[in-house]
Ligand binder design. Structure first.
Ligand SMILES: [Zn+2]
Length: 159
């Protein structure tokens, strides 16, 4: 089977050899159509991988995105720790039972394509939107704590 580029080349030489305005227009139309179609394919950033690799490679990116989201709230809270009420550098602590990995995992479960191999197929842009949506409202998913209170809070997690 010929590739799109080969087909286009064939159409080009045939249509342009007709030396006819309609043929030229038709060629331009086909070229534009293929260009657009290819553009769409390139723009889609889809990934197929194991859940484990997803956490490993995409996880850090998601962490950055969420961190950027929490920045505004930290500022709104005037950097006052929600536990000790001291003004300090704030960290966003996931409220128990809703860790970032848990949330990623629950969304990933909807994208499993091979249960045995634990493979998922994910459109990265869509996923990023899903993950940010699922962290909203941020106040329900995070406590904003200083480093000391964050460590204390997390150490109580399983007990
Ligand atoms: Zn504190």
């Amino acid at each position: 089977m010929r590739t799109a580029t080969e087909l286009l080349e064939a159409a080009k030489s045939m249509l342009l050899s007709l030396d006819d305005d309609d043929a030229r227009k038709l060629y331009e139309e086909i070229a534009e159509f293929l260009h657009e179609k290819r553009g769409k394919i390139w723009k889609m950033s889809e990934i197929i991988c194991t859940k484990k690799d997803f956490h490993k490679y995409v996880g850090p990116r998601i962490r950055n995105v969420i961190q950027a989201m929490t920045k505004k709230i930290k500022k709104k809270l005037d950097y006052i720790c929600q536990n000790c009420k001291e003004k300090k550098e704030l960290e966003a602590a996931h409220i128990h039972g809703k860790s970032r990995k848990d949330i990623i995992e629950s969304i990933l479960n909807a994208h499993v394509i091979d249960v045995q191999k634990n493979l998922v197929k994910v459109d990265l842009d869509k996923f990023e939107k899903e993950i940010t949506d699922s962290h909203n409202p941020l106040e329900e998913h995070f406590k904003f704590l200083c480093a000391k209170c964050h460590t204390e809070y997390d150490s109580k997690k399983d007990g």
